[in-house]
Design a protein around this ligand. Structure first.
Ligand SMILES: [Zn+2]
Ligand SMILES: [Zn+2]
Length: 289
């Protein structure tokens, strides 16, 4: 019987905005240390189990890029122990990631003024990649998948709809999403982790990032049962309205297509159902709660 292969997709937020004031900071994590920390975590993940496979996707404020495996030479390196008992492949992984990172940062366009990162795009690419592996899986093979999002920028509610659709897909594919955020709490990431049974953590001290990554995100669902995990916080389940992309507490829902609006409108912009002035329709409006 073939062993179960465990895939981890790491999505790294490389948006420069968070790092702008930390370039020369000596007392807090800077961009170079951040990248080194993530590479160390990735090395640890590969070395942890011979059946571990790694995929790394970087995203900035306007694009995403496969850092590993190399988009040009796509084969995944399978870890093996050599005569010297060293995972020589780790060096290859490091080199591929480093080269792709340099290309990504050098070629990145600064045209977009958006402050948020393309986390949603990276997440959908991760799901497409996973779907392809599932499709190519031979009968009898049993693979498991996991996605880890390391985010440094604030949520952009513009991505709410697409992000949540990706999260529901992930839930359906039984792929847990883990979230690790260095900045302010992220309501979208919290919802993603809660819905897919992943672990969400806002790192209290970025200097300890490696410890947090190794503690929580090296292990899969089964091993986590044996760990002392951080206590679960109440999840902020506020949705974003479809009209202004603002997170709202109370709003109106189209009863035909479930689109959410922050204010009374005469017609649903998604499915074009007309609402009458009294609030009942073919698609009646009602407050969210
Ligand atoms: Zn609105
Ligand atoms: Zn509608």
């Amino acid at each position: 019987m073939s062993a179960s292969v465990k895939y981890l997709v790491v999505i790294i937020d490389l948006n420069p905005i968070y790092w702008a004031d930390k370039v020369s900071a000596s007392n807090t994590l800077n961009f170079k240390q951040y990248l080194n920390t993530i590479i160390q975590f990735c090395n640890a993940y590969i070395a942890f189990d011979i059946n571990h496979r790694l995929i790394i996707i970087g995203c900035s404020n306007n694009e995403t890029y496969f850092l590993y495996p190399d988009p040009v030479n796509e084969s995944l390196i399978i870890p093996t122990v050599t005569k010297t008992n060293l995972f020589e492949q780790l060096f290859v992984v490091d080199r591929v990631v480093e080269n792709n990172l340099k290309n990504f940062i050098r070629d990145g366009s600064s045209a977009s003024q958006s402050v948020g990162s393309m986390i949603t795009m990276a997440l959908t690419q991760a799901l497409c990649y996973i779907n392809r592996i599932i499709r190519d899986t031979l009968a009898g093979e049993k693979n498991s998948f996991r996605i880890l999002i390391i985010q440094t920028t604030n949520d952009t509610s513009k991505q709410y709809m697409n992000f949540m659709n990706a999260v529901f897909t992930s839930e359906k594919l039984n792929v847990p999403i883990d979230g690790c955020i260095l900045n302010n709490e992220s309501s979208l990431l919290q919802q993603a982790c809660d819905l897919t049974s992943g672990i969400y953590l806002r790192v209290p001290d970025p200097n300890g990032l490696l410890q947090y990554l190794l503690w929580l995100y090296l292990t899969d669902k089964e091993l986590r049962k044996m760990l002392a995990l951080p206590t679960k916080m109440a999840v902020d389940y506020r949705p974003a309205c479809f009209c202004h992309h603002k997170l709202i507490d109370t709003g109106y829902v189209c009863s035909v297509c479930l689109s959410i609006y922050c204010d009374n409108t005469s017609a649903c912009s998604t499915c074009r159902s007309a609402f009458d002035a009294n609030g009942s329709t073919d698609g009646s409006k009602r407050p969210l709660r």
